[in-house]
Ligand binder design. Structure first.
Ligand code: COA
Length: 260
């Protein structure tokens, strides 16, 4: 499958999406959102794909935000839908049900930072920079940034970043829990792929159920969350892979998972 604004690569067990508007630092325009939405659906529907990595082309930018030329055209009515378009795609990533890892290879600003926030895990290159500089443009984050950043780093840190528009280094992003770990740019994709290969070597239905429970924890009350976890636990106890995993342990051999 080919896309105008991104590269889609299917590997064994996982996919890599590379945002590909290098002349605009991978800024997120309408076409990119449409392409990204289709790529996410492709991953959801493909039973051979159990995880995904999202990164940016080149060594400078993951994504430098919403496309400011398109943003400039918005008014108080169209702005709502402009925001919703990004929110819908990023919600689809968060609720994909399969792990999505952001490999942040450079600037992750505005919508670029919000895209990374919608992924379940974030690895960053040492040269990466993070920020929500929307207030510099007279606007606020509109692709879920005010909600996700606050949940991930806490409301005080989120307010510090969003209200000042400040841009922070990957090292500082790691300190506040915005990224999981920082790597040399030349090693970032190798690290991300090795990590994803580890995930896809596990029982996929168990991985999906664990991820869905983690995502649900952000949206459910503690009691509902526990009930959700128990339901998932019960579902997985009915799978072939659960029987195989536990049997293999008892027989002191490596489990061979079938994904059933
Ligand atoms: N939307 C549209 N185009 C963008 C863009 C964005 N968010 N970010 C960068 N670009 C374009 C620039 O306009 C430029 O295009 P041109 O060569 O046709 O003039 C090209 O990408 C390269 O960017 P440039 O600004 O020349 O690179 P730089 O290295 O000097 O600066 C940044 C890099 C990221 C600091 C700077 O591009 C920037 O501040 N971008 C906007 C970040 C932002 O506010 N994002 C939030 C948007 S809501």
């Amino acid at each position: 499958m080919t896309f105008e604004t991104l590269l889609f690569e299917k590997k064994i067990g996982y996919a890599i999406i590379t945002l590909n508007r290098p002349d605009k630092l991978n800024a997120l325009n309408n076409q990119l959102f449409s392409d990204l939405s289709q790529a996410v659906s492709l991953i959801a529907d493909d039973t051979e794909i159990h995880a995904a990595i999202i990164t940016g082309t080149g060594s400078k930018a993951f994504a430098a935000g919403a496309d400011i030329a398109e943003l400039h055209e918005q008014d108080d009515l169209s702005g709502v839908e402009f925001s919703k378009i990004g929110q819908r795609v990023f919600d689809a990533i968060e609720h994909l049900g399969k792990p999505v890892i952001a490999a942040v290879n450079g600037f992750a600003l505005g919508g670029g930072c919000e895209l990374a926030l919608s992924c379940h895990i974030r690895f960053a290159a040492a040269n990466a920079k993070f920020g929500q500089p929307e207030v510099n443009l007279g606007i606020l984050p509109g692709y879920g940034g005010t909600q996700r950043l606050s949940r991930i780093v806490g409301s005080a840190k989120s307010a510090e970043l969003i209200l000042s528009g400040m841009i922070i280094t990957a090292e500082n992003a790691e300190k506040i829990g915005l990224v999981n770990s920082v790597h040399e740019l030349s090693y970032l994709m190798e690290f991300a792929e090795k990590f994803v290969q580890t995930i896809v070597s596990k029982a996929p239905l168990a991985v999906y159920a664990a991820l869905q429970s983690i995502v649900a924890s952000k949206e459910l009350s503690p009691e509902e969350g526990m009930n959700f976890e128990s339901r998932k636990f019960g579902e997985i106890c009915g799978t072939d892979d659960f029987k195989e995993g536990t049997k293999a342990f008892l027989e002191k051999r490596t489990a061979v998972f079938s994904g059933k």
